[in-house]
Structure formats: structure tokens, C-alpha cells
Design a protein around this ligand. Structure first.
Ligand code: CUA
Length: 253
């Protein structure tokens, strides 16, 4: 957990789910920042709509109660109000659609990546392949990543979230993730990174990641894939470029 000092208070980033958590995990990529911003943007309109609809509902229930209003009005049509409640929601929809599309298309963009990592979903673990490097026997760097079972987990390790082999990647580097399964549908999802990408049999899905700070990011398979769906977590460890280079060279020999 990285501590950051803002306004005299040290703050620990939340990069794993917490009990009773209601909000988002802290963003570690521009993508997740964009998602959180859009959520807040839309929430603003949501609160306005919620309050005005509730107000109208309560007012109508109050004023048209049979005791207060024994003889009902026969009005069935009101041009002015109908124009208002058609135009107004369409304007709100525009205010939501424009930033939403801007985010959607910018997330879809693949910025010329430095490293490509392939995540392969299996029942029920992930395999990671670093296809940019070859070891001495001409095999690309591959390893499996299994969840640490509850009985084996050590003090401080997160239950059902920790894995034996983490995905180590450099921070502040443009990465391309390629996601695919070897059997059924899975989904590679890490909330802090703003990534949730389905692994579809016979397809390679692609997404880009740019992690802004070093840290350990926890995620889970997010597509129901069988009995052990809940037990194939994802742990991404973002390190400095130097640490990454030594990690890779250790793995290769
Ligand atoms: Cu793999 Cu759910």
C-alpha cells in the first residue's frame, strides 16, 4: 500500500475491494479517472431528476388525495407541459451522451505500446505471456497465476485475492493487454486500472493500460465461468522500470 501525503493527512490508496465499500477504488490509470469523472457527471443529473420527480409525485399524491379533491378534474392533455417534459430530458441526454462518447472512444484508442502482455483465462486460473521476450530455449516468458488458498494465506495477504505469481509490469509505460481464454468465457477485470475485458474463446481482445503510480492492484474474473469463478483473482504489480527489467531478466534465465 502506497502512502501519499495530502493536506497533512497520510492517505493510503485503495487498490483492492474493502468490506462494505460503496465508492470506487482509487484510480491508477487515466482511464479509471475518466470513468469516475463521468460517473460523477451523470450523478449530478441523476440527483436533479430524482428530486424533481419525487417532488412532483409527492405533490400529486397530496393535492389529488380523494379527501382533499373529491371532484376530479377532467383534464387529459396539456401541450405546454408535454413540450417541456420532452425537450428537457433530451437536453439532459445530450449532456450525458457527449462526455460518454468522448470517454468511450478515448478508451478504445491504442497508444503505441511499449510492452504487450497476453492474459489467458483458464478454468480456473490465469496464464500470462510476455511475448516480447524469448528465453534461451526460444520460449516466450509464460507463467500461471493461481489464487492462494485460504489455508495457505499468510498474515496480511488478502483472502481470495492474492495469487502465487503476480503480473509484474512497469508503471508509467504504455502497455497493450491481449485477453483470451483457453476454454470458456472469462473476464479480466481490475477496478483501479479501469479495465474489464471479456476473454472470448477464439478471439483476442485488446485494451491498453497506462499505470500512473507504482502499487499492487487487485481484480477478479468477472464473467461467470464455472464452479471456481470466484477463485481466479488477478493481481497486477506495477513497479519501476528498473525493477521490471531485473524481474524479466530473472524470469528469462
Ligand atoms: Cu474465469 Cu469467471
Amino acid at each position: 500500500m502506497i502512502l501519499k501525503n495530502i493536506w497533512l493527512f497520510p492517505i493510503a490508496y485503495c487498490d483492492a475491494a474493502e468490506p462494505w465499500q460503496l465508492g470506487f477504488q482509487d484510480a491508477a490509470t487515466p482511464m479509471m479517472q475518466g470513468i469516475i469523472d463521468l460517473h460523477h457527471d451523470i450523478f449530478f443529473f441523476l440527483i436533479i431528476i430524482l428530486i424533481s420527480v419525487l417532488w412532483m409525485l409527492v405533490r400529486a399524491l397530496w393535492h389529488f388525495h380523494y379527501k382533499r379533491n373529491p371532484i376530479p378534474e377532467r383534464i387529459v392533455h396539456g401541450t405546454t407541459i408535454e413540450i417541456i417534459w420532452t425537450i428537457f430530458p433530451s437536453i439532459i441526454s445530450m449532456f450525458i451522451a457527449i462526455p460518454s462518447f468522448a470517454l468511450l472512444y478515448s478508451m478504445d484508442e491504442v497508444v503505441d505500446p511499449t510492452i504487450t502482455i497476453k492474459a489467458i483465462g483458464h478454468q480456473w486460473y490465469w496464464t500470462y505471456e510476455y511475448s516480447d521476450y524469448n528465453s534461451s530455449d526460444e520460449q516466450s516468458l509464460t507463467f500461471d497465476s493461481y489464487m492462494i488458498p485460504e489455508d495457505d494465506s499468510e498474515l496480511g495477504q488478502l483472502r481470495l485475492l492474492e495469487v502465487d505469481n503476480r503480473v509484474v509490469i512497469p508503471a508509467r509505460t504504455h502497455l497493450r493487454m491481449i485477453i483470451t481464454p483457453a476454454d470458456v468465457l472469462h473476464s479480466w477485470a481490475v477496478p483501479s486500472l479501469g479495465v474489464k475485458c471479456d476473454a472470448v474463446p477464439g478471439r483476442l481482445n485488446q485494451t491498453s493500460i497506462f499505470i500512473k503510480r507504482e502499487g499492487v492492484y487487485y481484480g477478479q474474473c468477472s464473467e461467470i465461468c464455472g464452479t471456481n469463478h470466484a477463485f481466479m483473482p488477478i493481481v497486477v504489480e506495477a513497479v519501476s522500470l528498473d525493477d521490471y527489467v531485473s524481474w524479466v531478466s530473472n524470469k528469462l534465465d
